[in-house]
Design a binder for this molecule. Structure first.
Ligand code: GCU
Length: 594
C-alpha cells in the first residue's frame, strides 16, 4: 500500500527548491584530508557498482542516498530510482565509454555498493581513497553525507572511522561533471569532458596514528625530510638503508623536519637511481622509492644535477579510444616507449594531473615530467571560489607527487589571457607551489603578443620557465616571426616551446594542404629549421603524441578528434612527422653527448 515517509514529503517540497545542492558542496575533502599511501596494503573497491545517470539532480532532490535497501515489491513510495537494484558499471570507468546514449551525457552519475565494515580494534582508523572522479564527487555512507571533493584529476580521502556501525554498510558516490564558468577547468576546453569514477577506489585501515605526509628531497646539498603525522605518536623513524640512514625524529604538533648528512647517487635520465625509504610512527608504516637530484634555472639554462640540459619532449593527454580517461599501466608503458622511440627525455603531462602511476614509472625509466593543473584559458580569475578550487588541486597534485624525481616542473596553467585578475590569481598559484615545494621549477604555457612579436606575458616574471604555445604554420603564418620573438623578447629565463604542431589525418586527410599528413610533416620540418636557430629555447614538447578525443573538432578530417598526434588515435599508426621529430631529437642527443 502507498505510505508517506518523511523523505517522500521532502521529495514533493524538493521540486520547488532550487537551492537543493548547497548543503552538498562543502569541498571538505581536500589536500588537508590526504594521507600518505605508499606501501600501504589497501582493500580494492573496484568492480561493479550499481549506477544511474541523473540529468536533473533528481537524486539530490529526492535524496536517493537516504533510501534503505528493500525488495522492489516492498517499497512504500514511488521513488524514481532504487540505488540497490538495476544496472551496474565497472569502477574505474568513464560513463561515456560504456553506452552510446551516455557519450555526451553531462550531469550526475550515482554509484552505490555494499561495504562490509569489520569492527575497528584499539582505536584503529579507516580511510576511503578515490583516485579521481570527474568533477564534483559527493560521498554518502548509509545515507549520511560525509563531504565532497572538487577537481577531476587528483586523489581524495574520506575518513570512515566511526561513520557507520560495524556490519554491512552502503557506500554511495554522486559524481557530477557539468561544465561551469567558476571551476578549474571552466566550461570550454579542447579535451573531452569525461565523467565518472575513473581511477581506483581503495579502503585503508591504519593505527590510531596515521602518517599523512612524507616529503623527501635534495635541498641545499643535503637530504631534507618533512613528516606530518596525525595521532598520539611523539616520535617518527626514518630509514633509507641504501644511504645508511636510520634515525628517529621528535614530532612537534605531529610534524618533524629532518636534515640528513648523506650523499646519494643522483637520479638522472641516464641513471635513474631510486632508494627504498621507510617511515614509521605510532605503529603506522609507509614506504616509498625516492630518487634524489637537483633541478634549477641558471640564467636562461635549465640545469639538472649541475648540468644544462635541453628538454626533448612531447605533450600527452590522458585519453584512449577505448577507455577514455582511464589509464592502465600498459597504456602508460606504451606511452613512454613511444616517447623513447621519439628520442624524448621529457613529457608534458597536459593539462591536468595524470594518474600517479605516470610519475612512478617515469621515476623508474628516467624520464622528466612537466605536471600541470587545468587552469586553462579564460578561468573566472576574479572569483574566490575558483581560486580555492585551483589552489586545492595544485596542493593535492604537489603533495601526491613531490617525492617523484621525474617531476621537474609544476605548471600553474595554460594559455590564459593576460589580465590583472589573472596575474594575481596565477602569481598566487606560483607562490603556493613554491611554498609547497621549493625544489622544482614553476612554469606556465604563456601567450605571445603576436602584434608586437614579443613575449609580453606579465606572469613570466614570476615563473622559472616560460612555456610558449606557438603554432607557426598552423594558427600563425610566418615562421620568421618566431625568430623575431626571440630577438624582441631576449628572455632572461629558460623558454620551452610547450606546444607547436599541426593536424594530420591519416585516414581521410587530403593529399596536400591543411589536415594532410604531408602538410603536418612540412610544419614540423619548418618548425625544426627555425627552432634550431633559437638558442633561447631550452626545450620543446610539441602538441601531441597521440590524436585525442574532443567534442569541438567536427570537420571531415577531425570527426570528433584533435588530429595533431604524431601517432593516430589507435596509438600505433605513426605519421611521417613522427620520424622528422625523432631525427631532430637524435641529432640533439648526439650533440649533448659530445
Ligand atoms: C592550444 C591548447 C591545446 C589545444 C591546442 C590545439 O594551444 O593549449 O589544449 O589542444 O592548442 O589547438 O590543438
Amino acid at each position: 500500500m502507498l505510505e508517506r515517509s518523511d523523505l517522500a514529503e521532502n521529495a514533493l517540497q524538493a521540486l520547488h527548491d532550487e537551492d537543493y545542492d548547497r548543503p552538498f558542496n562543502l569541498q571538505n575533502l581536500n589536500a588537508e584530508t590526504m594521507i600518505f599511501t605508499g606501501g600501504r596494503q589497501g582493500r580494492s573497491l573496484d568492480g561493479d557498482w550499481n549506477f544511474c545517470v541523473d540529468l536533473l539532480d533528481t537524486g539530490l532532490r529526492q535524496k536517493w542516498f537516504a533510501m534503505t535497501p528493500a525488495a522492489p515489491g516492498d517499497r512504500i513510495e514511488p521513488w524514481d530510482y532504487d540505488p540497490y537494484a538495476g544496472e551496474t558499471v565497472p569502477v574505474p570507468s568513464c560513463w561515456q565509454m560504456l553506452k552510446e546514449k551516455w557519450y555526451f551525457f553531462e550531469g550526475s552519475g550515482w554509484y552505490t555498493r555494499a561495504l562490509d565494515l569489520a569492527p575497528l580494534q584499539d582505536g584503529r582508523r579507516r580511510f576511503l581513497r578515490i583516485g579521481a572522479a570527474q568533477y564534483d564527487c559527493k560521498v554518502f555512507l548509509n545515507g549520511e553525507f560525509l563531504g565532497n571533493h572538487y577537481g577531476g584529476s587528483t586523489p581524495f580521502f574520506v575518513e570512515l572511522t566511526g561513520a557507520a556501525d560495524p556490519g554491512e554498510a552502503w557506500l554511495t558516490l554522486c559524481v557530477e561533471n557539468r561544465r561551469t564558468l567558476d571551476r578549474v577547468p571552466m566550461r570550454n576546453t579542447d579535451w573531452f569532458n569525461y565523467g565518472g569514477v575513473y581511477r581506483e577506489v581503495t579502503l585503508y585501515e591504519t593505527p590510531a596514528t596515521v602518517i599523512r605526509d612524507v616529503f623527501l628531497r635534495l635541498e641545499g646539498g643535503a637530504i631534507r625530510c618533512s613528516l606530518r603525522v596525525d595521532g598520539p605518536a611523539t616520535t617518527a623513524r626514518l630509514s633509507i638503508p641504501g644511504l645508511g640512514v636510520d634515525c628517529d625524529a621528535a614530532l612537534t604538533d605531529g610534524a618533524a623536519e629532518l636534515t640528513l648528512d648523506a650523499t646519494p647517487a643522483l637520479w638522472s635520465p641516464q641513471s635513474p637511481t631510486l632508494y627504498d625509504v621507510t617511515v614509521e610512527a605510532g605503529g603506522d608504516r609507509v614506504t616509498d622509492r625516492v630518487g634524489f637530484r637537483t633541478i634549477e634555472r641558471r640564467g636562461t639554462d635549465i640545469v639538472l644535477n649541475g648540468r644544462p640540459i635541453f628538454l626533448r619532449g612531447i605533450s600527452v593527454h590522458e585519453d584512449d579510444a577505448e577507455t577514455g580517461k582511464v589509464t592502465s599501466e600498459a597504456d602508460l608503458r606504451r606511452r613512454f616507449a613511444d616517447a623513447r622511440d621519439l628520442g624524448c627525455n621529457f613529457l608534458r603531462l597536459a593539462h591536468y594531473p595524470h594518474h600517479e602511476r605516470a610519475a612512478l614509472i617515469a621515476d623508474e625509466l628516467g624520464l622528466l615530467l612537466w605536471e600541470e593543473v587545468p587552469v586553462y584559458w579564460a578561468i573566472d580569475f576574479a572569483n574566490p571560489a575558483t581560486l580555492r578550487d585551483a589552489s586545492n588541486q595544485l596542493t593535492e597534485l604537489i603533495r601526491r607527487d613531490r617525492n617523484r624525481a621525474s617531476v621537474v616542473i609544476w605548471s600553474v596553467g595554460n594559455e590564459n589571457p593576460d589580465t590583472d585578475a589573472r596575474l594575481d590569481f596565477m602569481r598566487g598559484l606560483a607562490d603556493l607551489a613554491r611554498a609547497e615545494d621549493p625544489t622544482r621549477l614553476i612554469a606556465a604555457a604563456c601567450l605571445i603578443n603576436h602584434q608586437k612579436l614579443k613575449i609580453e606575458d606579465r606572469l613570466a616574471a614570476h615563473l622559472d620557465v616560460i612555456g610558449i604555445n606557438e603554432y607557426y604554420g598552423w594558427y600563425e603564418e610566418d615562421f620568421d616571426d618566431l625568430e623575431a620573438i626571440g630577438r624582441n623578447s631576449a628572455p632572461d629565463r629558460p623558454v620551452v616551446i610547450s606546444e607547436t604542431g599541426a593536424d594530420g589525418d591519416h585516414e581521410a586527410g587530403p593529399e596536400t594542404g591543411l589536415f594532410s599528413l604531408d602538410y603536418q610533416a612540412e610544419v614540423y620540418r619548418r618548425q625544426i629549421a627555425t627552432l634550431r636557430r633559437l638558442d633561447y629555447v631550452k626545450g620543446m614538447s610539441p602538441w601531441i603524441l597521440y590524436d585525442f578525443r574532443v567534442e569541438r573538432r567536427q570537420n571531415v578530417f577531425q570527426r570528433g578528434w584533435n588530429r595533431k598526434g604524431l601517432v593516430a588515435a589507435d596509438k600505433s599508426t605513426r605519421k611521417p612527422a613522427f620520424d622528422i621529430l625523432a631525427a631532430y631529437y637524435r641529432e640533439r642527443a648526439q650533440q649533448e653527448e659530445t
